[in-house]
Design a protein around this ligand. Structure first.
Ligand code: BMP
Length: 262
């Protein structure tokens, strides 16, 4: 039987995973599959950005370690905005170490990521035992964490995430369906609609940044490559009119998603 990939059809399946349940509800009620990458280095810049774009996003992706004036007030402000305007806080930490070290990086240090991030990225390179340790930590503690995404494929030129790599990553995810919500990938890397497929490397105007990043259009990312959620950074954050650009990406992203034929 053919799988139907419409969100409506996948809702029940997706809702078995706590992270995906949260995301799908936001996506459907706000009609957006846009995640903005807020790669800015000042807390005030991030807050200003969110104030402009909150209606158009399902997730706000951060690299907390690039912020120069980190504070707990900043986290509280983000949490208030996320609660009020319904989006998830996504820390793109790309954990990639032994389980014990990942646990320390998740819970300790300056940022105490697990105390506020609803989701994080995890590399599959260290093997699935590390993912299982990670899951245990999250399940046995009182954290903000709802789940994670595994990095199946990177967007950069020459990335080693090819050949067997995405496939083996999918095998790891299948072992922890309650914890792994989906993948960071370029092309939909699995035929299971209970995962969400998130894709960076999206820009309507430019094709590369001269530093290895490879961009393609929303149409390519969603219609051809069959991803669900687009992750967009500079195309929006560097725009003259940030709000209008966020709206343009959200509208185009959503219409590509809902008009996809499979
Ligand atoms: P931009 O749209 O400005 O290129 O930003 C893309 C964002 O997605 C960055 O935050 C980057 O860290 C992240 N990212 C990526 O570009 N490619 C990947 O394969 C994985 C990522 O997390």
């Amino acid at each position: 039987r053919a799988i139907c990939w419409s969100l409506e059809n996948r809702k029940l399946l997706l809702s078995k995973n706590p992270l995906n349940k949260h995301i799908i509800e936001i996506m459907m009620s706000k009609q957006t599959n846009l995640c903005v990458a807020a790669d800015l280095t000042k807390t005030s810049e991030i807050i200003e950005l969110v104030q402009k774009i909150h209606s158009f996003i399902c997730a706000l992706k951060l690299h907390i370690d690039i912020i120069e004036d980190f504070s707990w007030d900043f986290i509280t402000s983000l949490q208030t905005l996320a609660q009020e305007h319904k989006f998830v806080l996504f820390e793109d930490r790309k954990f990639a170490d032994i389980g014990k070290t990942m646990e320390l990086q998740l819970n300790k240090g300056i940022y105490k990521i697990s105390s506020w991030a609803n989701m994080v990225t995890v590399h599959s390179v260290a093997g699935d035992a590390t993912i299982s340790t990670f899951r245990e930590v999250v399940e046995n503690q009182n954290t903000a964490m709802e789940g994670c995404l595994l990095i199946a494929e990177l967007s950069t030129e020459g990335a080693l995430t090819r050949d067997f790599y995405p496939k083996e990553t999918v095998e790891f995810a299948k072992k922890y369906p309650n914890f792994v919500g989906g993948f960071i990938c370029q092309k939909r890397c699995h035929d299971d609609p209970s995962f969400l497929y998130w894709t960076p490397g999206v820009n309507q105007e430019q094709r590369g940044d001269g530093a290895g990043q490879q961009w393609r259009s929303i149409q390519q990312a969603v219609t051809q490559d069959k991803n669900d959620i687009i992750i967009v950074g500079r195309a929006i954050t560097s725009a003259q009119d940030v709000k209008a650009e966020a709206e343009r990406y959200a509208t185009a992203g959503w219409s590509s998603l809902i008009s996809r034929s499979d």
